[in-house]
Design a protein around this ligand. Structure first.
Ligand SMILES: Nc1ncnc2c1ncn2[C@@H]1O[C@H](COP(=O)(O)OP(=O)(O)O)[C@@H](O)[C@H]1O
Ligand SMILES: [Mg+2]
Length: 805
């Protein structure tokens, strides 16, 4: 252990670092000692052990002369095997060519014999850097002619900075190296002289021989400092690395068996050596992915841990695969913030118009919604919900919005989802666990900000497996969906960039809590004229394209559309219409290929031939020609529909019967209808004994379809009255409205759907509750064209309107 010599430091203090006292005393020729594994620097005091005869002789000589000796480091590593081989020559001789020419003149402080060993421990103090111009052997003694090399120090800011830097590194090394005393740090901090500073450092810290020599030989103190700093940093790195390996291994040790411990240690060593096993390669691939992506902190932390687990596992174990699948999920997901494009409302409007005919109100509301979003993106509006029967364009509107906004589109169907785990995933402890539909959808989208359609949100069910709607509520709540937690991922995922759009067929069956979150946009269906336009401008061109046809090859006469619409489809939307048009196209292609024709024209007759026998018949006239049948209007999943209320009377007097898969409410409504009629017997001119002698049966076909609700009240009363008075109901009239016992007509829902259904069925007059008048005002006038609407407050107004004379 070397320590700085206090006396020298004091006596040499000051700006000049030249130890002039000593240099003056250095003779021009000095005895030479060879240093096997160290370099002695000026100003330092070092104990050295000598055992070679040459050096021992030189020490002896010096002690009898000036007490000054030239210490030169050997220029190649000392090879102890040489010594062992030559038994007779225990102490190999030094040769001049083994020594560096730059060395240090030293003063001998003490020579101490070492017990039990030949040789001596010598305490030397470096005086000055010297260069040997000539070394020769003289009676077992090496002597060198030397010149003192001046080392002046030019102090500068840069030198100070370099010192500070080196000091900093040295401090770390000292703190992490048990064999270096803490006092050293203080000694270094105290040292003002750069040259002494650098020499002390180079003495104490573990440099190899060539490096030590290099520091000595370097002329400028600046370079010395730079090189020292570089070596120190390398040293520090190694120390830290050693510490890291030990501490990494320790951390894992508690958890693992001995074998696993050894494997882990092997891995750490392999990793540092750059050798990788199969699992490590895989783990490193994942690490690379992690480094190259922009992941939230939580992900980096938790997933980092999973990667470590993966690494310590056997690649054939089942858990290994489980973790891999998990990691793949994590890295396949789009994380971070998507670059949001500015919303161009003009472009959105143009796209919506190009993709969809009509739907003015819907488009307007969509644009309003997007305008608000654009102005204040922070303001989290409600989720949009498109409500309407199948085939009215809910899904395709969603796609169109995504298109217009330049975002990805994904759709998941919630129909029949009963289990919360389907939305939110299964915990990973489940065998075959997977993320839920939301996260799956996001992965499919590949971006964190898609337009995300939740189809059939009215059809999620609740049962013992948990309530999916609570998970949906979280997804749809802007306050919560920034940290959506899928059970499988077990990480927060930010859904706040997603534009969710829900769709539903009817609102009635939707969970009230869900409905409250949403802004409902109604798409109630199309009238014939609209369907014709849609078919002409959108469906048919698309069908043509899909079949590789063009307008010039296949001409479709406009009069074909009404035929397809009225004779082959009956629906609120246009889905079947599109299907029938596709069928036409298919058949035309077949004919053209067989008949080797280049072109074809489709007329109504030809269309009927292609589509087969008529499938939809105007049945109202036939059905309502008898007394006792009234036409009602209802709303179902498929949109508005007309339905027939049939009544029959028979002698008996046992009572009243209701059939046709009716729900409780509808059954009660039928009883109320009967009471309304009975209470009006006298007014209506019904014979006294009629109800005593006759049974009344009310039936609502189609018998297999469940129906419920109070809105058929008016039609039921009408049917019963028509039956008893034997006056048929006018065949082109349909009616809706709830009835009270006193005969008042109460408002009902779904007016627009009902009116559309009536028009579809060829009805020309509808009877509606007075208090639904405002609903009718909201309907575009073109939808009401050709329809006579009567508003009534009491059932008594109805009979004169609907019963034929
Ligand atoms: N107004 C419209 N203009 C043009 N095409 C329409 C319109 N409404 C519906 N369609 C087309 O009808 C088909 C069925 O629509 P879809 O979006 O699947 O209905 P939904 O999702 O409401 O059941 C789609 O091909 C759609 O493009
Ligand atoms: Mg759809």
């Amino acid at each position: 252990m070397a320590l700085f010599d206090k006396r020298t430091k004091q006596s040499l203090g000051g700006a000049s670092s030249q130890p002039n006292i000593s240099t003056r005393d250095i003779p021009s020729e000095v005895p030479v000692i060879g240093l096997k594994n160290t370099v002695i620097y000026p100003f330092t005091v070092v104990p050295v052990f000598f055992e070679d005869t040459t050096s021992l002789r030189a020490l002896e000589y010096a002690q009898t002369h000036d007490n000054i000796i030239g210490a030169f480091a050997m220029n190649k590593p000392f090879d102890p095997s040489v010594k062992e081989e030559s038994d007779d020559q225990k102490f190999p001789q030094l040769k001049p060519e083994d020594l560096n020419v730059v060395g240090t003149a030293c003063v001998i402080h003490r020579v101490m014999p070492v017990s039990g060993k030949a040789g001596a421990m010598v305490v030397l103090q470096g005086l000055a850097k010297i260069e040997a111009t000539h070394i020769r052997m003289e009676d077992d003694l090496l002597k060198a002619v030397v010149t003192v090399l001046d080392e002046t120090v030019r102090d500068s800011k840069e030198v100070r900075a370099l010192m500070k830097n080196a000091l900093n590194t040295a401090q770390h090394i000292i703190q992490n190296t048990p064999y270096l005393p803490q006092e050293l740090q203080i000694a270094l901090e105290d040292l003002n002289d750069p040259l002494k500073f650098v020499y002390l450092l180079a003495t104490l810290v573990r440099f190899d021989m060539a490096e030590k020599q290099m520091i000595l030989e370097e002329d400028s103190v600046k370079e010395k400092l730079k090189k020292t700093a570089a070596i120190l940093s390398r040293e520090l790195e190694q120390i830290e690395l050693g510490g890291k390996i030990v501490s990494n291994v320790k951390k894992e040790f508690n958890k693992m068996s001995r074998e696993a411990f050894l494997r882990q240690q092997l891995k750490e060593i392999q990793r540092e050596l750059g050798e990788e096993s199969e699992t490590q390669q895989e783990a490193n691939e994942y690490r690379k992915k992690m480094d190259s992506g922009d992941f939230p902190d939580e992900v980096t932390k938790d997933v980092g841990r999973e990667i470590e687990r993966l690494e310590s596992m056997h690649p054939h174990s089942s858990e290994y695969q489980v973790i891999r699948t998990y990691l793949d999920w994590v890295f396949d997901l789009p994380w971070g913030v998507a670059k949001s494009k500015a919303v161009d409302l003009k472009k959105v409007e143009a796209t919506l118009n190009a993709d969809h005919y009509g739907l003015e109100e819907v488009k307007k509301r969509l644009l309003e919604y997007l305008a608000v979003q654009k102005l204040s993106p922070k303001l989290k509006g409600p989720i949009l919900c498109f409500v309407g029967p199948p085939g009215v364009g809910k899904t395709s509107l969603g796609k169109s919005i995504a298109n217009a906004l330049g975002r990805e589109f994904v759709r998941i169907s919630l129909g029949g989802v009963h289990d919360e785990a389907e939305i939110r995933g299964h915990r990973r402890t489940y065998v075959g666990a997977m993320p839920g539909k939301i996260i799956q959808g996001i992965r499919r989208a590949g971006v964190p900000n898609p337009v995300f359609m939740l189809d059939e949100i009215d059809k999620v069910g609740t049962d013992f497996r948990g309530d999916p709607s609570s998970a949906l509520l979280e997804v749809l709540d802007p306050e919560q969906n920034g940290t959506f937690r899928d059970h499988y991922l077990d990480l927060n995922y930010d859904l706040s960039q997603v534009l969710f759009i829900a769709t539903a067929n009817i609102l009635d069956t939707m969970q009230p809590a869900l409905r409250d979150r949403m802004e409902v946009i109604d798409l109630s269906g199309y009238i014939d004229e609209e369907k014709q336009e849609i078919a002409k401008t959108h469906l048919w061109p698309r069908v043509l394209e899909r079949h590789g046809l063009t307008k010039s090859k296949v001409k479709l006469q406009d009069s074909v559309f009404p035929v397809v619409i009225n004779e082959y489809t009956r629906e609120a939307g246009v889905r079947n219409l599109e299907r029938e048009l596709s069928k036409l196209a298919r058949k035309v292609v077949f004919d053209m290929v067989h008949g080797k024709q280049k072109t074809a024209t489709i007329s109504p007759e030809k269309a009927r031939g292609y589509l087969g026998s008529q499938r939809v018949f105007p049945e109202i006239k036939a059905r309502t020609s008898r007394p006792g049948v009234a036409t009602g209007m209802a709303v179902t999943q498929a949109g508005g529909e007309i339905l027939f209320i049939e009544t029959a009377q028979m002698p008996g007097g046992r009572g009243f019967m209701v059939t046709g898969s009716l729900g409780e409410i509808m059954k009660e409504s039928a009883r109320a209808a009967l009471s309304v009629v009975r209470s009006r017997s006298e007014k209506l001119g019904i014979p006294d004994q009629f109800f005593k002698r006759n049974d009344i049966h009310v039936h609502v076909p189609q018998g297999a379809v469940p129906k419920d609700g109070p809105s058929a009240g008016v039609a039921m009363v009408t049917a019963i009255v028509s039956l008893i008075l034997n006056k048929p109901v006018k065949h082109d009239v349909a009616m809706t409205g709830e009835i009270t016992l006193t005969g008042q007509v109460l408002p009902v829902g779904g007016i627009k759907e009902k009116i559309l259904a009536a028009k579809r069925a060829g009805i020309s007059t509808v009877v509606l509750p007075k208090r639904n008048e405002s609903d009718v005002k909201d309907i575009a006038p073109k939808l009401l064209k050709g329809l006579k609407v009567h508003f009534v407050e009491s059932i008594d107004e109805v009979f004169s309107l609907v019963l034929s004379k």
